[in-house]
Design a protein around this ligand. Structure first.
Ligand code: NAD
Ligand code: MG
Length: 388
């Protein structure tokens, strides 16, 4: 199988589960963005047939380092190599674990090629939901979500995979930890730092998704993701803050039943579920001891303080490419926040202004979408220059 984004947090958890089942799984393709040393270390350990570095200027260094480490495998470089690897004969399964819009083309390529697509890269669904669903249908493969909330919902839905209405589903309830800043006021949020934002109370994750969790944009992206993956109307998707992160999401049925998936907050559960589905395998995760667990609390999210969640619902309702515009503006704003050039509350301001500047257009094809993504990034950068 291919692990795209192998050097990241999801990549590491995936390779950990794979290594527990050597007779069952093999990582035949590994990719990284720029971290040659980390990619070489993974190649030494997992002996793939192909290593891809997304930054094409680093191909030569990768080749020399792999040779020096005694690893013999093919080398690919650049986005084209990623796309070819995702669709190529070296894998039947693709773990899409690249962060952000950078994962879009390889995710779509895997779907179009009929691979079993284990999806962590939520940004690609947010940007191109309808295109991804078409690619999956045409490719004839299947998608199993790795994002813990969607994996939980997948587990709580009937195995028939019939449309929600026909399955008696009334609502999908996505749980949110509330992030490190739950309960803070806007005044308190004004001065929070990237280091504080990246210190998530329950999960260890990459920096971008950590900031998204702190602004609640992560939950907003997940609402849009749930809309596409499960065919759920916006008004049937609800967000509930659950600070313990033990209930990973729920499905409400017409008869009043609520089905939930619980477990310790460790992504290896969702990853192992997706890897083995419909079977079950050991994931290395400590079982949840409910008698020793803290009381489970639930509350409604504060959409006035955490504007990003409200903006994501707004983009979903606007339809067309509004979610792609939201995502692009957010990626630029989060980068600026992490670089220390934009205050925390500025993230929502930038996203809101870019959404207002670029009204939604219909999603036609991937090239038009990538062009709109670029336009939205330029608009966000212009706003950032004005703000500095
Ligand atoms: P991360 O930052 O730890 O890792 C990102 C990976 O993507 C790295 O391997 C990096 O080399 C690669 N990458 C970055 N930019 C790239 C580019 N331009 N081209 C090619 N490759 C690039 O991120 P993560 O936390 O592992 O998250 C990965 C994805 O999974 C994100 O979409 C995130 O929203 C989603 N996700 C993560 C978690 C989690 O617990 N970490 C949970 C649910 C969903
Ligand atoms: Mg999630």
């Amino acid at each position: 199988m291919a692990v795209l984004g192998a050097t990241g947090s999801i990549g590491a958890s995936t390779l950990d589960v794979i290594a527990r089942h050597p007779a069952r799984f093999r990582a035949s393709v590994l990719s990284a963005h720029r971290n040659v040393e980390a990619l070489v270390a993974l190649c030494v350990r997992h002996r793939p047939e192909l290593a891809v570095i997304a930054d094409p200027t680093l191909a030569g260094i990768l080749e020399r380092r792999l040779a020096a480490a005694g690893v013999r495998c093919a080398i690919g470089a650049g986005e084209t190599a990623l796309v070819e690897a995702a669709a190529g004969a070296l894998c039947d399964t693709v773990v899409a674990a690249i962060v952000g819009a950078a994962g879009l083309r390889s995710t779509l390529a895997a779907a179009r090629a009929g691979k079993r697509l284990l999806l962590a890269n939520k940004e690609s669904v947010v940007m191109a939901g309808p295109l991804l669903l078409t690619a999956l249908r045409e490719g004839g493969g299947e998608l199993i979500p790795i994002d813990s909330e969607h994996n939980a919902i997948f587990q709580c839905l009937p195995a028939t995979r019939a449309p929600l209405g026909r399955s008696g589903v009334r609502r999908l309830i996505l749980t949110a930890s509330g992030g490190p800043f739950r309960g803070l006021t806007r005044t308190e949020l004004a001065a929070v730092t990237p280091a504080q934002a990246c210190k998530h109370p329950n999960w260890t994750m990459g920096r971008k998704i950590s900031v998204d969790s702190a602004t609640l944009m992560n939950k907003g992206l997940e609402v849009i993701e749930a809309h596409h993956l499960f065919g759920a109307a916006p008004e049937t998707i609800e967000v509930l803050v659950h600070p313990q992160s033990l209930v990973h999401s729920l499905v409400e049925y017409a008869d009043g039943s609520l089905l939930a998936q619980l477990g310790n907050p460790d992504m290896r559960t969702a990853i192992a579920h997706a890897l083995a589905w419909p079977e079950r395998i050991e994931a290395g995760v400590t079982p949840l001891d409910l008698a020793a667990a803290p009381p489970l609390a639930f509350e409604t999210p504060d959409l006035t303080t955490f504007r990003c969640l409200a903006l994501a619902f707004q983009a979903l309702r606007a339809g067309g490419d509004a979610p792609a515009i939201l995502n692009a503006a957010n990626e630029v704003a989060v980068e600026a926040f992490l670089a220390g050039t934009l205050p925390f509350l500025g993230i929502a301001e930038v996203v809101e202004a870019v959404l207002a500047e670029l009204p939604a257009q219909a999603v036609v094809d991937i090239d038009t979408l990538v062009e709109r993504d670029r336009t939205a990034r330029e608009a966000a950068r212009r706003l950032l220059r004005g703000a500095c």
